[in-house]
Ligand binder design. Sequence first.
Ligand code: R5P
Length: 336
Amino acid sequence: MTAETFDSGSITLVSGFAHPGLAKDIASELGLELGEIEDKIHPNGEVYSRFKESVRGKHVFIIQSHVATDRTTINDAIMEQALLIDAARSSSAAEITVISPHLAYMRQDRKSRGREPIGSRVLIDLLATSGADRIVAVDIHAPQAQAIFRGPFDHLTAQRALEDAIKSELNGKYSNEECVVIAPDAGAAKLAQSHSRHLDMDILHMAKQRSRGDSQKIQRDENVPEANGKVCLVFDDMIDTAGTLVSAIEALKNSGAKAVYVGASHGIFSGPALERLKGAPIDKLFVTDTFPQGHAKEVLGNKLGIVSVAPIISQAIHQIATAGSISALFDDENHM
Ligand code: R5P
């Protein structure tokens, strides 16, 4: 794709401090340079960010994956994005599109106990009240959160790309009958259904229970007879502490699974995740680069494959800038 195919002069693409590598890859797919930003964290912890160039009359795309860095927290990343939206709005930008490859707080999508907040609503309201006209995000945990935003919300999916990566890893070694698509918990059922349909493989739903007092404690049925002798393809939207995934894989292997391949959109890898994954009997794990994956790659080596979301995000920006269809990019399968 080249910048000549749309009016590159009318758009400004900028990145916050959270994951500039991905933003550069997105810009380079479009044949564009990122606009310059001045940002810092004040000694008291407050975030500061400003555009170094005029954005008057421009369609401004503010790229910030909600991730922590060595210096900054996930909440700093969110705050910087909100500040940049406000700066663009008060500097007469014509239109403001928020690009959050990983949109945080989406697991807090309802009150599951009394007196709990709904974090997804708080986050989306913050972006909206700061002045966002449009939100673009990849594989949000609860796609119904789109309803909170009273503007266009483009939901992109990396699941097809992950499926392709696993398919090419399998390289025709196994018949479809030998393989089974795994939903590691009830929340992953819809994803698994679409992979099972695409890949023409059976589906196996696993039940998971988290302890109320300690969300790290996961209980599962250790005996999954349907996995015996099967090549298991596990798909999920994210791996955070890897408790969900590793408990599922252990149950599958203990039940006689022949091999396990995994595809997850967001490799968050908090706390014990990498140690757990290092020791887990996984043949190959694919995640995307919505999070920087340098450290995970060092720890997991060839066990980990990275699929870039830069191509799908740059194509989405191109469609938005030219009033094209986003659904067409995904054969309408981005609406999970
Ligand atoms: C749960 O519903 C999500 O889809 C993920 O499976 C889960 O949040 C991952 O978290 P963890 O890796 O900490 O178990």
